[in-house]
Design a protein around this ligand. Structure first.
Ligand SMILES: Nc1nc2c(ncn2[C@@H]2O[C@H](COP(=O)(O)OP(=O)(O)O)[C@@H](O)[C@H]2O)c(=O)[nH]1
Ligand SMILES: [Mg+2]
Ligand SMILES: [Zn+2]
Length: 149
């Protein structure tokens, strides 16, 4: 889709309707431009891609929630690198991975951190192919970033 040409906007608009949605992703991919297009009359700052590097500078510094004219809300967030995960516990983060949820109560220990813990149902699910290992790796990386491990 494109914020510039309007291609794919109709489809996006109908999937946003009645939902609470957050746009996240690397800086410069067009999140704020998209938000602008969906909210005529607002005028968020978007930034120009730097000619040299093909990358731009930051303009969105905090997450902003907007109410959509069609119903529903849209959150424009700054780049993933600065997305705050403060005050979340490891358990909260695990809950955020919806495919983990069916397994979360099946670990041997109820304070399982899903790392090298004995009898971890999450790691077992990866072995069995029910959870994607790349998603789990990302979970562990986020735990590290949050200084929880
Ligand atoms: N060609 C093209 N450029 C776009 C599109 N959407 C955004 N841009 C440009 O990409 C740059 C970064 O956009 P911005 O919305 O600030 O990105 P954000 O950091 O993800 O919020 C700006 O120069 C935009 O004009 C698009 O659909 N097509
Ligand atoms: Mg932005
Ligand atoms: Zn576990």
């Amino acid at each position: 889709m494109s914020a510039k040409t309007g291609e794919g906007l109709d489809q996006l608009q109908s999937s946003l309707k009645g939902q609470l949605t957050i746009l996240s992703g690397q800086s410069g991919v067009g999140k704020s431009s998209l938000t602008n297009t969906l909210l005529p009359g607002k005028n968020l700052k978007t930034r120009e891609l730097s000619e040299k590097a093909g990358l731009g500078r930051h303009t969105t510094t905090s997450a902003m929630l907007y109410h959509l004219p069609e119903g529903g809300s849209l959150i424009d967030s700054p780049g993933v690198a600065v997305f705050g995960l403060a005050e979340m516990t490891a358990q909260d983060l695990a809950q955020g991975y919806r495919e983990f949820r069916p397994f979360l109560n099946h670990c041997q220990f109820n304070d399982c951190r899903h790392l090298k813990d004995k009898g971890c149902a999450i790691r077992q699910a990866i072995t069995e192919g029910s959870i994607d290992g790349a998603r789990y790796d990302r979970f562990v990386k986020l735990l590290q970033k949050m200084h929880l491990i």
